[in-house]
Design a binder for this molecule. Structure first.
Ligand SMILES: [Zn+2]
Length: 252
């Protein structure tokens, strides 16, 4: 999971053309019930994924409502890259998930089910898939981003808080945190910003900006690219927070 996401990050770095992603339908069979589904895949990487998702550290394609797949037959729902063949033991476990109450009604395509509903279904799926805390930190950021965008502020704030708590835990975990302080401090600053805790947001974004991303050899294939990526976003984010601070002072 993480490696694939990092791959998206590297694409971002190497992409010079800021174009809109073009999503195309493909017929894919469900890994749980084998039903054929028409699912959207991006045929290009949208590097211009916007400051709104930048500042929540939600990376393309997960800032797009089409990136969470849901089977029209059994309702199996996951982030798009996890809609893949799985071990039969896992499949049996997934068949038992009760998605009742979600995705109700007739729809031609999964994208007609609201993204927030698909994310709630995906959360049920991932609870059965032994995901680590780094995954959950990312998943809750994605949830926070989409719930906020859809106007569910209360739920969004709950997700931001969960992502923040995990980021703090990861920062202090030797396996995850060593060499990656810049990234986890960035996430903390981003989540504090979403939770309207301006001083903490500013503190961690500034602190992250001063760090160098060394990476973790078991996770990072190209820490230099990640360092460039984080520095690029953090520079913009710092300026954004400074501007916010000036605005607040003016309104006092
Ligand atoms: Zn299915």
């Amino acid at each position: 999971m993480t490696k694939n996401l990092l791959f998206a990050v590297f694409l971002f770095i190497s992409c010079t053309l800021f174009s809109q992603a073009d999503w195309k339908k493909h017929k894919i069979s469900c890994p749980v019930c084998e039903q054929n589904n028409k699912l959207f895949f991006p045929s290009t990487v949208n590097a211009a994924f916007g400051k709104e998702s930048h500042y929540q550290y939600v990376i393309f394609p997960y800032n797009d409502y089409r990136s969470v797949f849901s089977c029209k037959n059994c309702r199996f729902s996951v982030l798009m890259e996890d809609f893949i063949k799985m071990d039969s033991v896992v499949v049996e476990k997934l068949k038992k998930i009760n998605y009742a109450g979600y995705g109700v009604g007739k729809y031609r395509n999964y994208s007609q089910i609201n993204i927030t509903e698909r994310l709630m279904m995906a959360e049920l799926t991932y609870k059965e898939l032994n995901k680590d805390q780094e995954f959950w930190c990312m998943f809750y950021r994605i949830c926070g981003f989409h719930f906020m965008k859809e106007g569910y502020e209360f739920d969004a704030r709950e997700y931001y808080q969960k992502a923040l708590n995990i980021a703090i835990e990861l920062l202090h975990n030797r396996f995850y945190g060593e060499g990656r302080e810049k990234e986890f401090m960035f996430i903390m600053g981003a989540m504090y910003n979403q939770l309207d805790e301006a001083d903490s947001a500013y503190k961690y974004i500034r602190e992250a900006n001063l760090r160098n991303y060394a990476g973790n050899s078991s996770i990072d294939e190209n820490p230099a690219s990640k360092e460039r990526f984080l520095t690029h976003i953090l520079g913009q984010f710092s300026a954004h927070l400074r501007k916010q601070k000036v605005e607040r002072m003016k309104n006092k």
